[in-house]
Write a protein that binds this ligand. Structure first.
Ligand code: FAD
Ligand code: NAI
Length: 473
């Protein structure tokens, strides 16, 4: 039986990063992953195959089409007869995915990590190690042994009890693969996937209706940010309905009818395709946790302590399957931390400054506490806000929507949170995260020289605004 120091179950951002870091630290490492794309093993998990990467590739392609069709005229550029070749667009996206998933396979080889394809099932403890069965249901399997096991089996889309996935009712992977642009697209859930994929298909020509159970929109974001984002999305034509209760979903083969109540009225809407994006659930399928007594919480997440240890000796868990922010970069950083902890080092993730980014237009990004969350903790806060409409670079780009808001402790000036909506804020947030990681103050940020003219000057000015020192406002 092949024996390793560390076996990682799951080859997504949590698992593959844990494997690489463990190999760097001198362990013998293997990773078992079950995912197949077009019938072939494909490392990288949800993120690289059917999540972060393909969705961003389509967001970029569709945004280029939108800019060409509607925005470039303001720059004095008109293009007659712009057309979409959807097959080519999807092919480009697949090419990006191939490059990155192949890149993970290359990194495994480079770091001498043995890669297995199949489900990794915990079976028993044998001496100082765990025996894990590898294979697919109904097919021949093999066994490997490892002293330490890291579970990184990720998550799956949550389905509506009223409507299982299939046919015209799709989850994220189906929503990345429509062979033609649906004329009428329904989206259930105005969360991150709803607004990102809703934006893709709207830009390509779909009429998009978003049905959301809650009265609010992107609730974890600062309310000023979500209010601005909602205003912009509605202006683009996304049709939001809040506080709805879905009562029936029927796939008629050629279309889907969705019945919901809104303001006490029952409404039935007809869509060509329906995306259900109502959150994700932990995935422990095929892991064999029940055979060995792996403890899960009441929602099915693997229970861990502060060092990613499960209730089983030398079995750890990270990423989406343990809950918290279901984000690739959170899973990756947990992968690094758990490998270092296994090596006796002080691996650590600072959960207070995990950035969130939503890749719509305008983009949305934040890290740290909102103004309200800081007040709820009894902190005395002061804020600074700067609009992109007063930023030279944003005006030059032709995209002066949105603002940057900095929340700081009124007593110490320490930056507690930074919230942005506007152009390229997915990149601007990194500066705020670094500053918060070092416990920096608003004045530190405001007195740091930023190149002119750049969008980053809006971050500096918002920070200066905390001390009432903004120059261009
Ligand atoms: P996963 O990526 O889910 O990987 C788990 C892997 O384990 C899978 O390959 C699975 O097949 C395998 N597996 C499961 N069980 C077993 C088993 N028993 N044996 C062997 N293998 C097994 N996050 C961001 O940060 N930024 C984004 O822009 C972003 N966009 C997203 C867009 C979409 C449409 C979706 C759906 C998600 C997006 N996410 C994004 C979230 C991100 O994809 C996840 O947070 C991330 O993939 C979690 O990583 P993970 O390693 O925990 O699990
Ligand atoms: P989400 O949690 O972001 O949003 C789900 C939405 O569905 C919520 O607004 C919720 O109130 C609503 N909802 C739940 N049940 C409903 C019902 N019965 N009827 C109507 N609405 C209902 O989940 P989503 O969009 O599925 O994304 C899952 C996760 O994937 C995200 O939370 C995030 O962790 C990750 N992701 C991250 C991205 C990024 O970082 N840019 C992009 C896409 C996904």
């Amino acid at each position: 039986m092949d024996t390793y120091d560390v076996l990682v179950i799951g080859g997504g951002p949590g698992g593959y990063v844990a494997a690489i870091r463990a190999a760097q630290l001198g362990f013998s490492v293997a990773c078992v992953d079950a995912y197949s794309r077009d019938g072939k093993p494909s490392l990288g998990g949800t993120c690289l195959n059917i999540g972060c990467i393909p969705s961003k590739a389509l967001l970029d392609s569709s945004e280029k089409f939108e800019l060409l069709s509607h925005e470039y005229a303001d720059h004095g550029i008109t293009v007659e007869g712009a057309k979409i070749d959807l097959a080519k667009m999807l092919g480009r996206k697949a090419g990006v995915v191939d490059k990155l998933t192949g890149g993970v396979a290359y990194l495994f080889k480079k770091n001498k990590i043995k890669s297995y394809h199949g489900y990794g099932k915990l079976t028993r403890q044998d001496g100082d190690g765990w025996v894990v069965q590898i294979g697919f249901e109904g097919q021949a399997s093999s066994e490997v042994k490892a002293k330490h096991v890291i579970v990184a089996t990720g998550s799956n889309p949550r389905s509506l009890p009223l409507a299982s996935f299939g046919g015209n009712i799709v989850e994220n992977s189906g929503a990345l693969e429509f062979s033609e642009v649906p004329k009428r697209l329904g989206v259930i859930g105005a969360g991150v996937i709803g607004v990102e994929l809703g934006s893709v298909w709207r830009r390509l020509g779909a009429q998009v209706t978003v049905l959301e159970a809650l009265p609010g929109f992107l609730l974890p974001a600062d309310p000023a940010v979500s209010k601005e984002a909602l205003k912009q999305f509605q202006k683009q034509g996304l049709d939001f309905h809040f506080s709805v209760n879905i009562t029936e979903v029927k796939d008629n083969g050629t279309s889907v009818s969705v019945t919901y109540t809104e303001k006490d009225q029952s409404v039935t809407a007809e869509f060509d395709k329906l995306i259900v994006s109502i959150g994700r659930v932990p995935n422990t399928f095929g892991l064999g946790g029940e055979n060995v007594g792996l403890e899960l919480d009441e929602r099915g997440f693997v229970k861990i302590d502060a060092h990613y240890r499960t209730n089983l000796a030398n079995v750890y868990a990270i990423g989406d399957v343990v809950g918290g922010a279901m984000l690739a970069h959170k899973a990756e950083d947990e992968g690094v931390a758990v490998a270092e902890l296994i090596a006796g080092q002080a691996g650590h993730v600072n959960y207070d400054v995990i950035p969130w980014v939503i890749y719509t237009s305008p983009e949305i990004a934040w890290a740290g506490l909102t103004e309200q969350a800081a007040k709820d903790r009894g902190l005395n806060v002061k804020t600074g806000q700067f609009p992109f409409s007063a930023n030279g670079r944003a005006l030059g780009h032709g995209d002066p929507r949105g603002f940057v808001k900095v929340v700081a402790d009124a007593n110490t000036d320490k930056v507690l949170g930074v919230h942005m909506v506007g152009p390229n804020v997915s990149e601007l947030i990194a500066e705020a995260v670094t500053l918060m990681e070092f416990g920096g103050s608003a004045e530190d940020l405001g007195r740091t020289v930023h190149a002119h003219p750049t969008l980053s000057e809006a971050v500096k000015e918002a920070a200066m605004g905390v001390g009432k020192m903004a120059i261009h406002l």
